[in-house]
Design a protein around this ligand. Sequence first.
Ligand code: OGA
Ligand code: NI
Length: 340
Amino acid sequence: MAKLVSSWSSGVKSIPKDYVMPPERRAGDYITVCKEIPVINLEDDRLEIVRQILKACQEFGVFQVINHGISDKMMEDMMALYDEFFNLPVEDKLGVYSEKPRKGCTLYTSGLEYAKEDLHYWKDTLKHPCHPLEEHSPSWPDKPARYKEEVARYVVEVRQMGFKILDMIGEGLGLREGYFNEVSQEHSMAINRYPPCPNPSLAMGIACHNDPNLITFLQQDHYGLQILKDGIWMGVEPIPNAFVVNLGYQFHVISNGKLKCVEHRGLLNSSVSRTSIVTFLGPNPELPTVVEPAKELVTSSNPQMFKSYRYNEFIANYLVLAYNRKSGSRNGYALDSYRL
Ligand code: OGA
Ligand code: NI
């Protein structure tokens, strides 16, 4: 528990040496905010939205949505809730804290497993499964007292928005309705907390990675999220109450390479705590769900790019690579062994 950055970092003047990244793992050069990352108004005409979403997924693998139907109040209440959660006294968070990776609700610090890391990330994370609610919400934090009720309402709404966006991507790709049902059964959340860091350019919040799932919806309060496009790191503008939507590895495979999955990372700042509330939809890693390029998208001019595989095997492989991956990055890394 003492390891949580949010519990010891307040007022420290410089970072401990096991948080100092070597130059190749630091932020380096980047474009602070890239105004070209598409911002899509979900109240526009449906056909127009479908066109914009598809274009964004082909060019960037990421876009933002506004007027998405989830109220400003709900989004602001969520941020306030997590501010309170991370500021709770240590005793109140012990029930969910773990230093070993585990499946259910877990509060942990840094990356996959603190004890096995050479260097640590300046981040604490609360993660938990979300669906079905009745099965998972009992394991969520007891404090703040309104946690379960408020988060349950958010889960329902984000899920609805998420499936609406999935439907539109399916429509843009020309896939039958419900195409993604089987590959979006797992709904989970991770809430990342990046306390202010006295040396933000030497440390890192979250290392560059591709999300292993199908699609991710991220709510953020302050700047810090960056994406890699054509070899250049670019910041994603923190638009109040927007969602950043990014595609994970499974979308790249299912679309037979037509849609991009985007490599991203999280930087730190020295003045404010940054929080991101992240919702993941993807195949259930407990089930042997098969993932493969959609037959409709395989043609003689666009031959099948990936073999079909079982998602649980992919995840096992992804984790081994993530543990071994100390530096550098390569888009499509975890997909290398599935390429045809
Ligand atoms: C993630 C992620 C980025 C952020 O949790 O997968 O990419 O800004 N987070 O917290
Ligand atoms: Ni991510």
